[in-house]
Design a protein around this ligand. Structure first.
Ligand code: GLU
Length: 302
């Protein structure tokens, strides 16, 4: 069985550290752990609010009008945002954060519509009003804040590398003109590689899962994105691929929402701030067995 140990903290960030302490494959050892999505454990984590009113929120008005919440998510990122094609079950830390927010607005699972939106299309989907909010490994950046707003952060991770199990690449220092690196179009990791490792050849797909397929097929040498995402893939294919190195960026995940809807943003920020126990329950359920340890960050109520 593969064992990985990566320790380290993001330089200058006291708030969060990721430490992988023994990332084993295999099934979860406790009920309601990674991959668990059973109604009972979900139901125990939060309650569906009633008689909610959110004065001055166009997003909440739209939700109320259609009597349904439309959430943007990822569905190919195990542990974070995943749709099981066989059971049709959605699981993951991000998905449960999205559900918790919907519940705080008075909407249970049967009143949530999920839309899978790739990294490159998120801002536009929010600007167009195609989704009420987006929860899917979405880093808060100034460039994105030109078009949309973010509640949070609700999670902090950092860019990492996923390579073949027998690869000699041990960190970003080993990237060069002969290492083909794959990432998702429109993501912060691909921007980082292009800006700071210009000699490294890149391959882009809409979805990270396509990069993982390319890695396993040997058409690329590394996949780069947030370590939290890569850890989920490594757990899926423990004999073939591995996460290497230390995080080499800081990615602060926010809930994407319409620019200027301050009432909605404040509502989500207060939910996150007041709901530390729920956050921890969602973390434990989805990522507790992953080897990731991270504390809930304080929200940035800008
Ligand atoms: N967190 C990074 C981003 O928002 C990478 C993950 C993703 O593409 O969703 O760009």
């Amino acid at each position: 069985m593969r064992k990985t140990r990566i320790t380290g903290a993001f330089a200058g960030v006291a708030i969060a550290a990721i430490a992988l302490t023994g990332c084993n494959s295999g099934s979860p050892t406790s009920p309601g752990a990674a991959g668990g999505g059973d109604e009972e454990s979900t139901g125990a984590l939060w309650e569906v609010a009633s008689d909610v009113s959110l004065e001055g929120s166009p997003t909440f008005d739209a939700i109320t009008e259609r009597d349904k919440v439309i959430v943007g998510v990822k569905e190919d990122q195990p542990g974070l945002g995943f749709l099981d094609a066989t059971t049709n079950e959605r699981t993951g830390f991000d998905v449960d954060i999205a559900r918790w927010i919907a519940a705080s607005l008075g909407y249970d699972e049967d009143k949530i519509e999920y839309k899978a939106i790739a990294s490159a299309n998120r801002e536009q989907a929010i600007v167009n009003g195609d989704v009420d909010y987006y929860v899917g490994t979405y880093s808060i950046t100034d460039a994105r804040k030109q078009q949309i707003d973010f509640a949070g952060p609700y999670f902090i991770t950092g860019q990492g590398l996923l390579v073949a199990a027998d690869s000699d690449i041990a960190s970003e220092d080993d990237l060069n003109a002969d290492t083909r690196v794959c990432s998702a179009t429109g993501s912060t990791p691909i921007q980082n590689i292009k800006a700071n490792y210009p000699e490294v050849p890149t391959e882009e797909f809409d979805l990270y899962s396509a990069c993982v397929d390319a890695l396993i097929n040997g058409t690329v040498d590394a996949v780069t994105t947030d370590q939290a995402i890569l850890i989920g893939y490594a757990a899926q294919y423990p004999d073939d691929i591995k996460v290497v190195g230390e995080p080499f960026s800081e990615e602060r995940y926010g809930v994407g929402l319409a620019k200027g809807d301050d009432a909605f943003r404040t509502h989500i920020n207060e939910l996150l701030t007041d709901g530390g126990d729920v956050w921890q329950g969602i973390f434990d359920k989805n990522l507790g067995e992953s080897g990731i340890t991270v504390e809930q960050p304080a929200v940035d109520a800008y």
